[in-house]
Design a protein around this ligand. Structure first.
Ligand SMILES: [Zn+2]
Ligand SMILES: [Zn+2]
Length: 240
């Protein structure tokens, strides 16, 4: 018993658990975030847009302004938190600074807020939004795939990283006006199989901002014959 205790203490010293929201060391390793940050999680509060899952001001509205103006091809989205501080900084760490361990906290929050709905929808596969190979080599991992894998086990849904890939041959978005940007983004994704066996899938990404990426992926997946596409993300931008 004492040996185990010492081992645990030692492990904590060598690999201390760090709060993904404030970077302080967490004493109790069974906790995902520190006590102070628990009260600061920027959850999305009702009323929500029935399409993208964003907070809206008017409870009588079905969709947010963005989804009203630009109809979306996916069925419904399930973001867990608002893309504001401290989640904003935490996601940037997760994405660019090798903090793949933060995926535990993010996947936990997605499951806590939307796990039941996702289980009820029962998608046949979780499809992480792909990054290009070049970026993958620099970062060493695709944060969306790391997240999808953490969600996969408790949900009992497989992760498919193969059917959707990112092409390297796209032109910079700044060369295009807003309408052409969407088309350019659609050219950024490639289907590796022409006909896919799934009927219902869920895209997984870290941040949903304008929704252009999820829309581009949805269009590609629909072209392969998949009828129902949903998405989930760690967070969603509050603005348009
Ligand atoms: Zn904290
Ligand atoms: Zn919306």
């Amino acid at each position: 018993m004492a040996y185990k205790y010492i081992l645990k203490k030692l492990k904590n010293l060598i690999y201390p658990s760090v709060c993904p929201l404030c970077n302080e060391i967490i004493e109790d390793r069974s906790e995902r975030i520190c006590d102070e940050c628990k009260a600061d999680i920027p959850y999305i509060s009702s009323p929500l847009c029935f399409k993208c899952g964003k907070e809206i001001n008017d409870a009588d509205m079905e969709y947010c302004e963005d989804c009203t103006k630009k109809p979306k091809s996916y069925i419904r989205g399930f973001p867990a938190m608002n893309y504001v501080s401290p989640v904003r900084e935490s996601v940037a760490e997760f994405k660019y600074h090798n903090k793949s361990s933060y995926a535990d906290f993010f996947s936990y929050e997605i499951l806590k807020t939307h796990g039941r709905e996702i289980a009820e929808i029962a998608p046949e596969a979780l499809i992480p939004v792909p990054v290009h190979d070049k970026k993958l080599k620099i970062r060493g991992y695709n944060q969306a795939a790391v997240l999808a894998k953490r969600l996969s086990v408790p949900l009992g849904i497989r992760v498919d990283e193969d059917i959707l890939k990112r092409s390297i041959n796209t032109l910079p978005q700044k060369l295009f006006d807003p309408e052409e940007r969407q088309k350019n983004l659609e050219r950024a994704f490639i289907l590796t199989e022409k006909k896919v066996q799934y009927k219902k899938v869920m895209l997984v990404d870290d941040i949903y901002t304008t929704g252009a990426t999820i829309e581009a992926c949805t269009k590609m997946l629909k072209a392969s014959g998949i009828k129902e596409i949903y998405y989930t993300s760690i967070c969603i931008g509050k603005g348009e």
